[in-house]
Design a protein around this ligand. Structure first.
Ligand code: F6P
Length: 331
């Protein structure tokens, strides 16, 4: 009987539990044994694991976080660590390891596959959606939902005071959450790394739009959604620039880790369930060294190295809609 292990690694994402559930239930149906390593790659290094059974998967699909816990494990980059992990996997007679995580976790999975004979499968789990080769990652839709509902609330107070607000969202070095949250909340401007050129250009665009609004609509609120890590000097530098140049108060809001929590929205639960059960099928079919993702509603297997070697572009249709509706000087 095949033995399958799973771990969650890197930034946790809503839907990781739904994915674990799908893996365990599929294993049970196919009479495979399932194990969960705890605290990401740390558990693999310390042989810290537990047996996973279908009965423990009850009431789990709706829970955020990950019951296996997660961690970033710098130590796993060394060849020695991969050798220890391979030894531990062999000792437990594991045939295949599934890693649910983002690109750092996939690099770890690839590293392990150079030192271990078993099958290694990656499943994309990160709120950032920055994994090449899959249309969406597990957790991304919930993060957008959280960002949008928060921006809607900020909009109420922004309107009341007719203030400028700068709202920073997560995404690491990608603008997927910022772009989609800005579009869905009808924010007034969005700044994402993929489209950012210079601070002067970005400031000029914002000031022109704001002036247009003030000339045509009187004093108005103005909401700028900004992806983290974009603005040189950080959010504080942009707040000062805007206050100086507009002569108005600017309030910053950093949404932060709230975007990583919460009950996964149905889209994330569905994606996680499909990918989890498909990963088991991929193992049975003998696949290894690949990420199982989804493109145009179909499962895809993408070599792990490709998932980080290529930058995933923002959806052009979404960029176009944003430029028509959000970053528009005329309306
Ligand atoms: O990759 C997920 C993510 O939440 C990023 O959006 C963010 O940049 C990073 O993790 C934060 O990491 P940490 O929780 O270690 O501060």
């Amino acid at each position: 009987m095949k033995k399958i292990a799973v771990l969650t690694s890197g930034g946790d994402a809503p839907g990781m539990n739904a994915c674990i559930r799908a893996i365990v239930l599929t294993c049970e149906r196919l009479k495979l044994k399932a194990y969960g390593y705890l605290h990401g790659y740390n558990g693999l290094l310390q042989q810290h694991y537990k047996k996973l059974e279908a009965k423990d998967m009850h009431n789990l699909i709706q829970r955020g976080g990950t019951v296996l816990h997660s961690a970033r494990c710098l130590e796993f980059k060394t060849p020695e660590a991969a050798v220890v992990a391979a030894k531990n996997l062999n000792e437990l007679e594991i045939d295949a390891l599934i890693v649910i995580g983002g690109d750092g976790s996939f690099r770890g999975a690839h590293h392990l596959s150079q030192h271990w004979q078993g099958q290694v499968i990656g499943l994309p789990g990160t709120i950032d959606n920055d994994i090449y080769g899959t249309d969406a990652t597990i957790g991304y839709y919930t993060a957008i939902e959280t960002a949008v509902s928060s921006i809607d609330k900020v909009r109420d107070t922004a309107d009341a005071f007719e203030r400028i607000f700068l709202i920073e969202v997560m995404g690491r070095h990608a603008g997927f959450i910022a772009l989609n949250a800005a579009l869905a909340s009808a924010s007034d401007h969005v700044i994402v790394p993929e489209l950012f050129e210079t601070t002067e250009k970005a400031l000029a665009a914002m000031l022109e739009e704001l002036q247009y609004r003030r000339d045509n609509h009187g004093s108005v609120s103005y909401i700028i959604v900004i992806a983290e890590n974009v603005w040189p000097g950080g959010l504080g530098a942009l707040v000062s620039e805007l206050e100086q140049r507009t002569g108005s108060e600017v309030r910053p809001v950093i949404l932060g880790h709230v975007q990583r929590g919460g009950s996964p929205v149905p889209q994330d639960r569905i994606l996680a369930s499909k990918l989890g059960s498909h990963a088991i099928q991929a193992i049975i079919d003998g696949q290894t060294g690949v990420m199982i993702g989804e493109c145009n509603g179909e499962p895809v297997a993408v070599p792990l190295e490709q998932t980080w070697a290529q930058q995933k572009p923002l959806e052009p249709f979404c960029v176009e809609a944003m430029s028509q509706l959000v970053n528009a000087t005329t309306d």
